[in-house]
Design a binder for this molecule. Structure first.
Ligand code: KG4
Ligand code: ZN
Length: 351
């Protein structure tokens, strides 16, 4: 009998204990859930080290993961308070992300699952971001509209069931997070750009008329249509030797970037007759966007489910949450599961 046959043949529990592992970028994370209850979450970040280079250096990320993965998992299992009880499955991000970084978490997860003889579940990182809301509200059930805004993806998705999705619109060029990072660079702010724009924006006013609605009908986004006016504004002022407020640029950019996200999520929910909007991804950690979503959903009579900020940016609790969905569907991975740098939205990577 192969490992997969043995692991998949184990009796399935209603509320399994799942260990989640995430290492796709610069966060080494491990978390334990029981059913939809979060028992522990550990996030060890190499971001301060990466900040010296102005962005994520893949080689540094891989090495940092190698050093941190053991501690992250040990702590997550200890802090979960499950005593000698072993996890019923190990869920791990297999893509998208940096290959070397992914391989550290993936190899560790394989060894862990193999040693325990429990199923290994390969999780698409983006599905993880989308599943974070299930931990925020353990009673949440599809259908609903999901707003996804991370460093690599921006999309409005109709979540029909736990495993069926309709992509209503997505970015045609840059992702929202990428736009935050690029705008931050123009303003001379350090990595990571998003939180630093948010901080600077608090000191400014959204008075510069950057485009509020970007090119592209339907629910598509074009963040490059916002990035270029921001760059032109700053460079234009600099060339003319005119003073300008960086804080106002940050606030105006943030207002435009977030306005379109909130507007499209609400419109999509109305079109689908959904009563709930759910959000996930690093940009959803933005306080201005969270307040705007709350305001617009309330005005439209929609329920809003937002993961806590620390579960919007990369974490392993969301990987465990998606692992639970796959566990219930009986989607287990073989030990040949490989890392995948790109997984198109709505598609499966090579498994
Ligand atoms: O989801 P995430 O942690 O990683 C990916 O899967 O991409 O998203 C990272 C992105 C970065 O572009 C970062 O600048 C952005 O999320 N981000 C933010 C904030 N925190 C992180 N953007 C705006 N405001 C924030 N507070
Ligand atoms: Zn992410």
């Amino acid at each position: 009998m192969t490992y997969l046959e043995r692991a998949a043949g184990r009796p399935r529990k209603d509320t399994p204990v799942i260990l989640g592992i995430e290492s796709s970028c610069d966060e080494t994370a491990a978390a334990v859930i029981r059913g939809r209850e979060l028992l522990s979450s550990v996030i060890l970040s190499s971001a301060p080290e990466q900040a010296k280079y102005g962005g994520v250096v893949p080689e540094i990320a891989s090495r940092a993961h190698t050093e941190a993965i053991g501690e992250a998992v040990e702590r997550a299992v200890r802090e979960a308070g499950i005593g000698d009880e072993a996890p019923d499955a190990v869920a791990v991000t297999y893509g998208a992300g940096l290959l070397g970084a992914l391989l550290v978490g993936l190899s560790f997860a394989k060894a862990y699952a193999f040693a325990l003889g429990v199923p290994l579940i390969g999780v698409d990182h983006i599905r993880g971001h989308m599943a974070a809301a299930y931990l925020a509200d353990p009673a949440l059930e599809p259908p609903f509209v999901t707003l996804l805004a991370s460093g690599g993806h921006t999309a409005v998705i109709y979540t029909k069931s736990y495993t069926e999705f309709e992509i209503m619109g997505s970015t045609r060029d840059d992702a929202a997070g990428e736009a935050f990072d690029k705008a931050a660079r123009v303003l001379g702010l350090p990595y990571p750009g998003g939180p630093n724009i948010e901080k600077l924006a608090r000191e400014g006013k959204a008075v510069i008329p950057f485009p509020k609605m970007f090119a592209g009908g339907g629910y598509d986004f074009s963040y490059s249509g916002l990035k270029t006016p921001v760059i032109n504004y700053c460079h234009g002022k600099e060339q003319k030797g005119e003073a300008y407020s960086r804080a106002d640029v940050a606030a105006s950019f943030q207002s435009a970037a977030c306005g379109v996200l909130a507007a499209r999520a609400v419109a999509a929910a109305k079109e689908k007759g959904a009563d709930t909007v759910v959000a996930g991804g690093g940009v959803i950690a933005n306080g201005y966007l969270r307040a705007l979503l709350a305001e617009e959903c309330a005005r439209a009579g929609l329920r809003l489910v937002l993961p806590e900020k620390k579960f919007c940016t990369d974490n392993a609790a969301m990987i465990a949450a998606e692992g639970l969905i796959q566990y219930r569907a009986g989607n287990f991975s073989d030990l040949s599961l490989n890392a995948c740098a790109h997984i198109p939205l709505g598609k499966k990577g090579k498994q």
